[in-house]
Design a protein around this ligand. Structure first.
Ligand code: FAD
Length: 282
């Protein structure tokens, strides 16, 4: 089914509840269906709904990205590269061009994989998500959205329609980094940082980690180490250690928990340094 409006899609989801799935780029869903992990009777594609693809930026209100926007569009966007370089980093390190051409931002978040690259990036950016269901529209913080591995806080008859990302504060830099077994794979572990400085001091910082816990997470203790402090090598090292200590990594076929703890220190340290280098002078 290929509805031409969100309302029509939501109606179809409610009508076939339990037997239907939203299809975006299909790079997760079709793999799960092929492996017979999921057997929906119907699919409702959201790719022909006007307004679900694309992005717009306003210096006051920030960035709006439609849920069906592809990772390739983010990678190629000059707007994203200028204002949100960590999203460019995440797009460039994501799978292959073929996968990036199909995969959408909404699909990456709704798959709710603990290591989804954009879950980590969008968490660091304090993103809000807009969700539409039979009862209307609601906006929620992405931080409360992930409820467990591969699970998120929305009903099967709801559709995620857009992402709302605050405008970057002055003197803010950002970075995303990922360690994977090979390039065409989810991360062993990933990290994203948004850093606002005042001279050599950390005015504000947001640090997120992926594949470091059952859900993508904010590293609150690491943030507290840096906020209001001078950005010395020692302070950065302490924050990296704190992020590693507060993570709850599990051993999986991609990596051991011990390796992930070590990798988190390296990624957080490098992201902080890169974000610092990238901050504009004004
Ligand atoms: C070879 C390969 C490499 C990959 N590499 C990476 C990688 O490097 N990094 C990474 O993070 N991921 C990677 N992935 C995973 C996958 O590509 C991403 O998660 C992708 O962003 C999913 O988007 P999609 O549009 O294809 O989602 P789909 O497969 O269409 O959907 C995924 C899930 O989300 C639901 N859904 C999709 N959109 C919505 C919506 N708007 N509202 C409600 N529900 C929705 C679907 O019902 C389904 O349950 C890889 C996958 C493959 C096959």
């Amino acid at each position: 089914m290929e509805p031409r409006s969100v309302q029509e899609a939501v109606r179809l989801l409610a009508e076939h509840n339990g037997e239907i799935k939203v299809l975006a780029g299909g790079t997760d869903l079709l793999v799960s269906m092929k492996l017979r992990r999921l057997k929906p009777r119907y699919l409702v594609s959201i790719m022909k709904i006007p307004g679900l693809q694309g992005m717009s930026f306003n210096p006051e209100s920030g960035l709006r990205i439609g849920a069906a926007t592809t990772i390739r569009s983010l990678e190629r966007s000059a707007l994203i590269a200028q204002h949100y370089p960590l999203l460019s980093d995440a797009a460039k390190s994501f799978a292959s061009v073929q996968v990036r051409n199909m995969a959408t931002l909404g699909g990456n978040i709704c798959s709710a994989s603990p290591g989804a690259d954009f879950a980590t990036s969008l968490l660091a950016l304090n993103t809000q998500v807009k969700i539409v269901g039979p009862d209307g529209e609601r906006t929620a913080s992405l931080e409360g959205f992930f409820t467990g591995p591969d699970r998120c806080a929305f009903r099967p008859d709801e559709i995620l329609t857009e992402f709302l990302i605050p405008s970057p504060k002055p003197k803010t830099g950002s970075a995303f980094m990922k360690l994977g077994r090979v390039s065409m794979d989810l991360a062993k572990v990933n990290a994203a940082v948004v850093l606002t400085v005042d001279g050599d001091f950390c005015k504000d910082v947001s640090i997120a980690l992926g594949a470091a816990a059952p859900t993508p997470m904010k590293a609150r203790k690491a943030e507290a180490v840096l906020r209001g402090r001078k950005l010395t090598n020692e302070a950065i090292e302490k924050a990296a250690q704190a992020a590693s200590a507060e993570a709850q990594p599990r051993t999986s076929f991609r990596s051991t928990a011990q390796y992930k703890r070590e990798a988190i220190k390296v990624l957080v340290r490098h992201c902080l340094m890169l974000a610092f280098e990238r901050k504009p002078s004004k």
